[in-house]
Design a protein around this ligand. Structure first.
Ligand code: DGY
Length: 321
């Protein structure tokens, strides 16, 4: 009999799979509509053999110390920056994530933010509801087009590559990318050009962030980087909030040194940097990159399967360490 801590409500199909494959196991569920408090995690996870957690749970060294039986952490996310991977590895705790399945949903979110930002859709919706649409006029509510523009992709992993391919094929965009390694396949498919970050920032009309959060990418887009962008450019972030210095971003948006931003993620989620919510030239989403019914359902099943595999002595798919 195993104990499996699940730190947030997840789709029922994942719980059913666990119950079917690991009969008799205790599923410790956190039903509250909020992130588990650290004390709750320590208390309720004490006997856990497995944890299914989300990107909002910080699984650091002291949590790992307090869960001595732990064999697997299945992160309900592709990013694993919330977990002390090196320590988990040292202790032989398997950590898994949910890649690939959320590529399309997250790419859609980035593209939606680009369009919403460039064409000022959210502002337009608000003024229409408020009765401020008084009729079509040649100079009313103008924005920028996306077709044929230059798009800079920061981090050309699966999601960045999908955004690049859609922009190249669907919107005739010129694609620039920066990535630690060159991506010849992406270059062949989309005509993408490999650039330094500074070159990409200087030349792009749209900059879309898709790199993971690491010590190297924290505040990669800081005030210096923002100052390199065109005053007409939009920044989109669907990766992790801390990759962008949010206070510097608010300053750049206020000063008009960039035209707009579309954000799905925040530096101190769910809090927003002071002044961000008051700006008109920003579109703000509540971290819904992967939030489609089908994606979240499959993410749940992937986490459950990873737990089942480890607890039944098999190597799990999507093992990060
Ligand atoms: C992830 O999986 O890392 C996403 O941010 C969750 O939507």
């Amino acid at each position: 009999m195993h104990t499996i801590l699940i730190t947030r409500a997840i789709p029922a199909s994942a719980l059913e799979l666990l119950e079917r494959e690991l009969p008799g196991s205790a599923l410790v569920l956190h039903e509250a509509e909020r992130v588990m408090l650290r004390g709750e995690l320590l208390e309720r996870g004490r006997d856990a053999d497995a944890v299914i957690c989300t990107l909002a749970d910080t699984i650091d060294a002291s949590i790992l110390d307090a869960l001595p039986k732990l064999r697997v952490i299945a992160n309900y996310a592709v990013g694993t920056n919330n977990i002390a991977l090196d320590i988990a590895k040292e202790r032989g705790i398997a950590v898994t994530n949910t890649p690939i399945i959320l590529t399309d949903a997250t790419a859609e979110t980035a593209l939606g933010l680009m369009l919403a930002c460039a064409r000022r859709f959210i502002e337009g919706d608000a003024l229409t509801r408020q009765g401020q649409f008084t009729g079509w006029a040649p100079l009313f509510h103008l924005g920028q087009g996306l077709y044929g523009k230059t798009a800079g992709i920061v981090g050309a992993g699966r999601i960045g590559a999908r955004v690049a391919a859609t922009l190249a094929r669907g919107f005739d965009c010129k694609i620039l990318y920066c990535n630690r390694q060159r991506r010849p396949e992406l270059e062949r498919e989309t005509g993408a050009q490999w650039k330094t970050l500074d070159e990409l920032l200087r030349e792009s009309d749209f900059v879309s962030v898709h790199c993971p959060l690491t010590a190297q990418t924290r505040h990669l887009i800081d005030s210096r980087a923002l100052a390199l962008m065109k005053p007409t450019a939009c920044l989109v972030n669907t990766a992790r909030g801390p990759v962008v210095d949010e206070i510097a971003l608010v300053a750049a948006l206020k000063a008009g040194t960039i035209a707009g931003a579309g954000l799905d993620v925040y530096e101190n989620e769910p809090a927003l940097a002071p002044g961000l919510a008051e700006l008109k030239n920003v579109v703000l989403l509540p971290h819904i990159g992967s939030a489609t019914h089908e994606t979240r359902e499959t993410m749940g099943l992937m986490c459950a399967q990873a737990v089942i595999d480890v607890l039944q002595g098999r190597e799990p798919k999507n093992r990060v360490v």
